[in-house]
Design a protein around this ligand. Structure first.
Ligand SMILES: C[S@@+](CC[C@H](N)C(=O)[O-])C[C@H]1O[C@@H](n2cnc3c(N)ncnc32)[C@H](O)[C@@H]1O
Length: 194
C-alpha cells in the first residue's frame, strides 16, 4: 500500500468519532449467527479497523489478534478493547496485508470484514484449524455499484468453495460468507477432488 493510501485511511478514522463500548458488535449481516462463533480459542481479525468486532469476540472469551494498515485504527482498537474490558485478550498491530498474511498459529476464527484481497485467500484457509470458522464480507456489485473493490456475484463463495458454507448472502452492495474448514482437517485442495 502506498503512503498516500495509508494516510487516507488514517484521515478517515481521525475524522470519525472513536467507537465506544456501545459499538462493540458483529456487523449486522453476521449478528443472526452470533451463536455460531466460539467462546474460547484464537481469532484473527484482518483489516480490523477500530476493532468493534474484535472486541466483541474477545468479550465472548476468544483471544484476538487484529491487523490493520492504519495506525489510527489500531490505536482506536487498543483503546476500545481497554474500555470494553478485554484488553488482555486482544493484540492489535499495524501491518500492511499487501505483504501477505503475517505468520502465526492456526486459529479458530478468521474475520475479514469489509476488506477484500483475493491474494490472501489461500493463506486464510490454511490458517484455519480443522472446524475453524471464516466470516468474510466485501462490497458487492449485487445491489451496489461496480468498482475496483466490489466483488462480482458469487465471488466469495467461489473463492472459498473448499470450505463448508454455514450461511451466505449478497445484496444491497454487500457480499458475505460464513464458512467452516472441514472438522477432519482435510487439506482444502484434497477435498472434493480439488
Ligand atoms: C472498510 S474498513 C473495514 C474495517 C473493519 N474490518 C470493519 O468492518 O469495521 C477497511 C479497512 O481495511 C484497512 N486496510 C486497507 N488496506 C489494507 C492493507 N493493505 N493492509 C491492512 N489493512 C488494510 C483499512 O485501514 C480499513 O481499516
Amino acid at each position: 500500500m502506498t503512503d498516500n493510501d495509508r494516510d487516507r485511511w488514517d484521515r478517515r478514522y481521525t475524522d470519525r468519532p472513536a467507537p465506544t463500548v456501545e459499538d462493540v458488535a458483529l456487523p449486522a449481516v453476521f449478528a443472526p449467527f452470533a451463536d455460531v462463533f466460539p467462546t474460547a480459542g484464537r481469532a484473527l481479525d484482518l483489516a480490523c479497523g477500530p476493532g468493534a468486532s474484535a472486541a466483541w469476540l474477545a468479550g465472548r472469551g476468544m483471544t484476538v489478534h487484529g491487523y490493520d494498515v492504519s495506525r489510527v485504527a489500531i490505536a482506536r482498537a487498543r483503546e476500545l478493547a481497554r474500555c470494553s474490558g478485554s484488553a488482555e485478550r486482544c493484540r492489535f498491530e499495524v501491518a500492511d496485508l499487501d505483504d501477505g498474511l503475517p505468520a502465526g498459529e492456526p486459529v479458530d476464527v478468521v474475520l475479514c470484514l469489509r476488506f477484500r484481497d483475493p491474494r490472501l485467500d489461500r493463506a486464510i484457509i490454511e490458517r484455519l484449524c480443522p472446524g475453524g470458522l471464516l466470516a468474510i464480507s466485501a462490497l458487492s456489485e449485487v445491489g451496489g455499484r461496480p468498482g475496483p473493490f466490489a466483488v462480482r456475484r458469487g465471488a466469495l463463495t467461489r473463492a472459498f468453495a473448499t470450505l463448508d458454507v454455514v450461511a451466505a448472502g449478497e445484496g444491497h452492495g454487500e457480499a458475505w460468507l460464513l464458512a467452516r474448514r472441514s472438522p477432519t482437517g482435510a487439506a482444502p485442495d484434497a477435498r472434493r477432488g480439488r
